[in-house]
Design a protein around this ligand. Structure first.
Ligand code: NAP
Length: 331
């Protein structure tokens, strides 16, 4: 089969498509014939040699894919049959013509979504759902500040925050991205390159602050985050795009606000946790992707690249140009 490959860590120019052996599904695994996969920042970091796949995971890039069930490994429970359309979360291996996945990581493709759109769902939506529901424990009426609000996770988090009957605010730049976030349901957006988002968030909440922050930026935002967090607020750290250094009285500020700072990483979670998350998401969120309901969820697709253009796809994400997800279609 064909797969995205690199021999040495480095820039996007190191990526190429290589013929590699097709994996065989092990016990309880399904072989998925991949139609589309999506790009994640983790792929960029892995390509740069800064993020190794967890033990036992494929070295091939790709944390998510959509396609059709091609083979069932021994001991599968019978929930899936050959030819079923599915989308799946995976710790690696998605950017290839075939990938093996534990059967509990597969989800049905919601009615009305193409397979390219379905590839945009697993990693970003399960992450956003987990951060809001399991980690941040967002409640009805609360305010949620979502950083990188027009990224893959951000565009999912805006919609899920509304599903949980809470109020999403975003940071992004420039203004046209703020308008896109508002179309997805954001109450307001702050251009972090021009303005102090913490002042904007405090003003909008009449000085109270936000109850939950979904933070994939880290270091460069720490002071503004704690300034605009409400008392007893939950600050959920899940990325470090703005660095890992904190220089200042973070601990005293956390203490004063009785705040919780919690970090979350989905990729390294164990199989049981991921299966539980997939099951809850399938029950609570997937029905809302189909047309006609009172809540309407929609994956945001930025661009679709053929697999052969994987270098261009990486360059686009690295330049922060994407709104929503970048999709790779298999040959
Ligand atoms: N912990 C987990 O389980 C988990 C799971 C999935 C993703 N993640 C992490 O979450 C982050 C977001 O993922 P994603 O898929 O949404 O990425 P994405 O679609 O590529 O969006 C990222 C956006 O963040 C903004 N950004 C980049 N660098 C920034 C900086 N230094 N300061 C402020 N904004 C910056 C850019 O948008 P604008 O500048 O236009 O706003 C960029 O487009 C990544 O770091 C990823 O690794 C973590």
């Amino acid at each position: 089969m064909l797969a995205v490959h690199f021999d040495n860590p480095g820039g996007p120019e190191n990526l190429y498509i290589k013929e590699v052996p097709t994996p065989k599904p092990g016990k309880g695994e399904i072989l998925l014939k991949v139609t589309a996969s999506a790009l994640n920042r983790a792929d960029l970091l892995q390509r740069q040699g800064q993020y190794s796949p967890p033990p036992g995971a494929s070295n091939i890039l790709g944390l998510e894919a959509s396609g059709h069930v091609a083979e069932l490994g021994p001991g599968c429970q019978g929930s899936w049959k050959i030819g079923d359309a599915a989308m799946a979360l995976m710790p690696g291996g998605g950017q290839a013509q075939y990938v093996t996945v534990p059967e509990g990581f597969l989800m049905p493709v919601p009615e009305g979504l193409s397979l390219a759109e379905a590839a945009a769902v697993p990693e970003a939506w399960l992450t956003a759902f987990q951060l809001l529901n399991c980690v941040g424990k967002v409640k009805e009426g609360e305010t949620v500040l979502i950083h990188a609000g027009t990224g893959g996770v951000g565009t999912a988090a805006i919609q899920l925050t509304r599903m949980f009957k809470a109020v999403p605010l975003v940071t992004t730049s420039p203004q046209d991205k703020i308008e896109m976030a508002k179309k997805l349901g954001a109450e307001a957006g702050f251009d972090y390159k021009k303005d102090d988002f913490s002042e904007g968030a405090l003003k909008l909440t009449q000085g109270v602050g936000v109850n939950v922050i979904l933070d994939c930026i880290g270091g460069s935002y720490w002071e503004k985050n704690i300034n605009c967090l409400a008392p007893d607020g939950r600050w959920v750290l899940y990325g470090l795009m703005g660095g890992a250094e904190v220089n200042g009285p973070l601990l005293s500020k956390l203490l004063t606000k009785r705040a919780t700072l919690q970090a979350s990483l989905l990729r390294s979670r164990d199989k049981k946790y991921k299966e539980g998350l997939v099951k809850t998401f399938t029950e609570k969120a997937i029905p809302h992707f189909s047309p006609g309901g009172p809540i309407q969820l929609k994956p945001v697709v930025d661009n679709i690249f053929p697999l052969a253009d994987v270098q261009k796809a990486h360059e686009r994400m690295e330049a922060n140009l994407n709104v929503g997800k970048i999709i790779l279609e298999m040959p």
